[in-house]
Write a protein that binds this ligand. Structure first.
Ligand SMILES: Nc1ncnc2c1ncn2[C@@H]1O[C@H](COP(=O)(O)OP(=O)(O)O)[C@@H](O)[C@H]1O
Ligand SMILES: [Mg+2]
Length: 511
């Protein structure tokens, strides 16, 4: 049974915005999706603005309102719903015919009737192979029972940006994305977790997935029973791991490489233990010792090494880097709890693993074996710490390198941030999928809008008004910007299956 939910009629507008008059008694919201039908085809349009309209001249309206307020009169025409109404601006986003859908190239007919969208109108969004689940389609604040998937392998290797103000649901979204990825085998995930919130040490988390036993690997400096201790042997640290993460002068770098070329395993130890060196300035050595003490927690009392934290060692953790690389290239999800580490050390550790897998995949690519392996995604919180303009200006780091060329080697980033404007435009534009959640600051919204794959120039107001868990998905791998409602992670456990299987056979090409 089709019940038409008519909400208005087209009265004016142009390609940048179709204006409809809202039917009396109807309450349309910003961001809602509406349709207008023509035979077997229909347009999908989205609300980006709402305003008042009236037949009565402004002067008279003010006078009448004044008289009414002061109870001087009983003028009825200001309550008249025929003369006074609401105008709603719509952006035509999609034209759908029985066998294809594309951006509209013409306007709907003048005076066409406008309806609320129904689930049947967006059934054409299919579940691709290698699905990546985002949530359900949202029309304003109404949630439609349509699951949104994009092709995960494409999305992951072309980088993802997740952006929102604090508390709008970024971490919850990452939990939902990664939890559902545990059903799939096409991707390995490296999650650098500065808040120790993804594994679920004390509450529900990725460890509660049915496949967690063979897919989730947890590293922590204070491991839970059965999980791995995060410890790295300093012999496995290489000078380039410090690039763009630890600030070093020319002289300090020269000293590092001098020691590295003398002994590729013990260079850190040797620097820390060095009394004097014939070649290196004593001052430079002293500064490096202090830096290594800060970063690696390593110092010497003249003849023996001391390790302040359990994170770096010279007698354990020799295989940690290799193990993480192996887990990732076997499609596992590796969660690294960095909550007890300082910011610089956290990025160093994340960078070491990222560099390891990136080099491995570069090598696979040169051997023509890249497609035998799953793609890899590296999830990093507060991304401007490594992708910020100021950071990258000081020198390239591995995250910047992956953002620029990871795609070729099937290694992608999921960059999470509240401040996308700090990331250079060129890198933002390279993040081909963006999940935009509630963002109050207008300069942050502009940075997102300018770098999106779809024209979302009219969406600024919508983005400002997004509630917790509501998002706008823009992607080169989707034809339209999709309004989303992300499920609450905890609710996934109340469902029998994480998401509904939906196959809609359609034997036609979508262009
Ligand atoms: N999709 C959602 N649906 C309902 N509530 C949510 C959703 N996402 C987040 N929340 C609520 O908001 C809180 C903050 O979310 P969180 O993901 O930690 O935000 P962020 O990482 O952006 O700071 C969560 O603890 C949860 O209670
Ligand atoms: Mg968070």
């Amino acid at each position: 049974m089709i019940t038409l939910d008519i909400v208005g009629k087209i009265v004016s507008g142009d390609f940048s915005g179709v204006i409809i008059r809202q039917k009396t008694g109807v309450d349309l919201e910003l961001g809602e999706l509406l349709v207008t039908r023509e035979d077997n085809d229909y347009f999908i349009m989205q609300i980006y603005d709402i305003s008042y309209g009236s037949q009565i001249p402004e002067r008279i309206r003010s006078l009448a309102a004044g008289l009414k307020l002061e109870e001087q009169s009983n003028l009825s025409f200001i309550d008249d719903e025929i003369s006074n109404f609401i105008l709603v601006s719509l952006k035509p986003t999609l034209f759908v015919t029985p066998n294809r859908y594309h951006l509209p190239k013409r306007l709907p007919k003048f005076f066409s009737t406008i309806e609320r969208i129904t689930e049947a109108d967006i059934k054409f969004l299919e579940k691709p192979n290698q699905p990546l689940y985002f949530g359900k389609i949202r029309s304003g604040s109404r949630v439609l029972d349509i699951d949104v998937f994009l092709k995960g392998d494409d999305v992951i290797t072309h980088h993802v940006l997740i952006s929102a103000s604090t508390g709008k649901g970024k971490s919850n979204l990452v939990k939902v994305l990664t939890y559902n990825l545990l059903n799939e085998s096409y991707a390995g995930l490296l999650i650098i977790d500065p808040h120790d919130e993804y594994y679920g040490r004390t509450k529900k988390g990725l460890k509660n997935h049915p496949n967690a036993n063979n897919k989730v690997i947890y590293y922590s400096t204070s491991p839970t029973p059965g999980s791995n201790t995060l410890v790295l042997d300093i012999k496995t640290i290489k000078p380039w791991h410090l690039n763009g993460i630890v600030s070093l002068t020319e002289a300090q770098l020269e000293c590092i490489y001098l020691f590295y070329n003398r002994d590729r395993e013990k260079w850190i130890e040797n620097i820390v233990l060095a009394e004097n060196d014939d070649v290196v300035n004593t001052q430079t050595l002293a500064v490096l010792k202090r830096k290594f003490n800060n970063i690696f927690g390593i110092s010497s009392d003249g003849n023996a090494l001391h390790f302040r934290s359990g994170l770096f060692s010279n007698n354990s953790g020799i295989t940690t880097i290799q193990n993480v690389i192996d887990y990732l290239q076997n499609g596992k999800t590796v969660i690294v709890d960095t909550s007890k580490l300082g910011g610089e050390v956290e990025l160093l550790i994340g960078g070491i693993f990222a560099e390891g897998i990136f080099s491995k995949y570069k090598d696979l690519s040169s051997k023509g074996a890249l497609y035998d392996k799953p793609c890899v995604s590296i999830i990093i919180e507060e991304a401007p710490r490594v992708l910020g303009k100021d950071v990258l200006d000081k020198g390239a780091n591995i995250f910047g390198t992956i953002a620029r060329e990871g795609r070729k080697f099937r290694v992608g980033l999921v960059a999470i941030t509240q401040l996308p404007s700090l990331i250079p435009k060129e890198i933002l534009a390279n993040m081909n999928t963006k999940i935009i959640m509630g963002t109050e600051m207008s300069n942050e919204r502009s940075a997102l809008i300018e770098s999106s794959s779809q024209d979302i120039s009219e969406e600024s107001r919508n983005i400002a008004s997004l509630d917790i868990g509501e998002a706008l998905l823009t992607s080169t791998f989707s034809k339209l910007a999709i309004p989303l409602k992300i499920p609450l992670f905890e609710d996934l456990f109340n469902q029998k299956v994480p998401y509904k299987e939906k196959t809609i056979p359609r034997g036609v090409d979508f262009d």
